[in-house]
Design a protein around this ligand. Structure first.
Ligand code: ATP
Ligand code: MG
Length: 401
């Protein structure tokens, strides 16, 4: 009998019912263990709807990786907008990732384009953009809930001026309507005590909501919800969820927990079994690292990726904890050759190093005045070199270049 590979593939069963519920962009309807945070936000922002224009709200959400900051802000903003809609208030919610929109100019442009989609990319200063934004809001009687996500990364690169500009913007409008409210999100938002007057500073510091790491039980509940949405009935063993909650509770990171769950499911599929057993979760842990977050790496340019690939290879080859920037540069040239890319100049490379350092992907230090002379040393913050190498090589092979 001839083997029909197509029918074979089509009839192959999967443990997944709807894999998309495990994707990084998906925000579930209900967010277990974040109810009180959502309530706090609601309590603080309701005047925005009860008496629009009276005050400008500013809030800060801080907390470690994967603790639901972005998810909570998104879910909350959506509920705010809906409540406003029901009362015929024009409230808009703009969620800006400041890791991607790296300058004040880009952030304000992104906000302005929400209302003027055709607005030209060049030709104005950031202050002008901000002014125009307020004018549009005034003219059209609109209100804005501006969410500045990953602002800590932005501030490390550019300073905290953006926060002060926005605060001043609202403070200067004593008798006019307050149009803009802000939620700033970061692991830890660094304040510059000198750059802002003490009353603004204390307002900001009074309104900080700190998210804590998820414990084992919280992670279990979060996973359990996702299992019901994403997997076939009885496909995932309860023990598997316990193993994953245990692994991820070390960091309290729900993103990592969900990724492990997804990978464990993939393992089951590729082993052609219908049950996700605990060992698939353990295997998933061995195959990935919580720092290898796709949404960060996908914002890097191909040149950044080539440079990282070179760093990982150099570290692996020399088996040392740090390598010099010169050594990596050499390795980078051969990586460029391999991927048929024109290598960039030394000054550019220096900029990438700063960039990747700010992202927390690499770790830099000055060498002592030993035999290598004074130079910059590069290491990896957390991820094993070989794992990073595979991860980057995979990204480079799969697209873009
Ligand atoms: N309470 C929760 N219930 C269900 N899913 C959650 C919960 N908290 C977080 N998640 C999920 O975990 C993942 C990570 O959450 P989120 O992106 O909000 O983390 P974060 O705090 O913004 O992390 P980072 O600092 O890295 O930006 C997302 O897929 C999110 O949907
Ligand atoms: Mg986030």
């Amino acid at each position: 009998m001839v083997h029909d590979y197509v029918e074979d593939e089509l009839s192959r069963r999967s443990v997944f019912k709807s894999e998309q519920f495990l994707s990084i962009d998906y925000v579930p309807e209900s967010l277990p263990h974040r109810q009180s945070e959502l309530r706090t936000l609601a309590q603080n922002f309701t005047t925005l709807i009860r008496s629009p224009g009276r005050t400008s709200h500013k809030f800060i959400i801080e907390g470690p990786v994967g603790t639901g900051k972005t998810a909570v802000a998104k879910r909350f903003a959506e509920q705010m907008v809906q409540a406003a809609e029901r009362r015929e208030i024009n409230l808009h919610n703009i969620h800006i990732n400041c890791r991607v929109n790296k300058t004040a100019y880009l952030v304000f442009l992104r906000a302005l384009r929400e209302f003027k989609p055709e607005f030209p990319r060049r030709g104005h200063s950031p202050e002008e953009l901000l002014q125009m934004l307020v004018e549009v809001l005034d003219e059209e009687d609109r209100y804005l809930l501006l969410i500045l996500d990953e602002l800590d990364y932005f501030i490390r690169q550019r300073g905290a001026d953006i926060l002060y500009d926005l605060t001043r913007l609202t403070d200067d409008r004593l008798n006019a309507k307050q149009r803009v409210s802000i939620i700033a999100i970061g692991r830890r938002i660094p304040f510059d005590e000198d750059a802002v007057d003490s009353s603004t500073l204390s307002t900001l510091q009074r309104n900080i909501l700190r998210f804590s790491k998820y414990g084992r039980n919280a992670l279990y509940d979060i996973l359990k919800n996702r299992v019901d949405m994403a997997f076939e009935k009885n496909a995932v063993m309860d023990e598997t969820l316990h193993v994953i909650s245990d692994i991820a509770s070390e960091r309290g990171d729900a993103r990592y927990a969900i990724e492990l769950l997804w990978r464990a499911g993939k393992q089951a599929d590729s082993s052609q079994v219908s049950t996700v057993v605990p060992d698939f979760a353990r295997q998933a842990k061995a195959d990935t690292h919580p720092e290898l977050r796709k949404e960060i790496f996908s914002t890097l340019t191909p040149q950044h990726k080539l440079f990282l690939l070179a760093t990982a290879r150099q570290l692996k080859e020399t088996r040392s904890d740090y390598v010099t920037i010169g050594e990596v540069e050499e390795m980078y040239h051969s990586a460029c050759e391999e991927y048929r890319k024109e290598p960039r100049a030394h000054t550019q490379i220096w900029e990438w190093v700063q960039d990747l350092n700010a992202h927390g992907i690499i770790d830099t230090k000055r060498s002592g005045s030993g035999q290598r002379g004074q130079t910059t040393l590069i290491g990896l913050s957390d991820v094993p070199a070989e794992m990073l190498e595979h991860f980057i090589a995979h990204l480079l092979d799969s697209k873009e270049l």
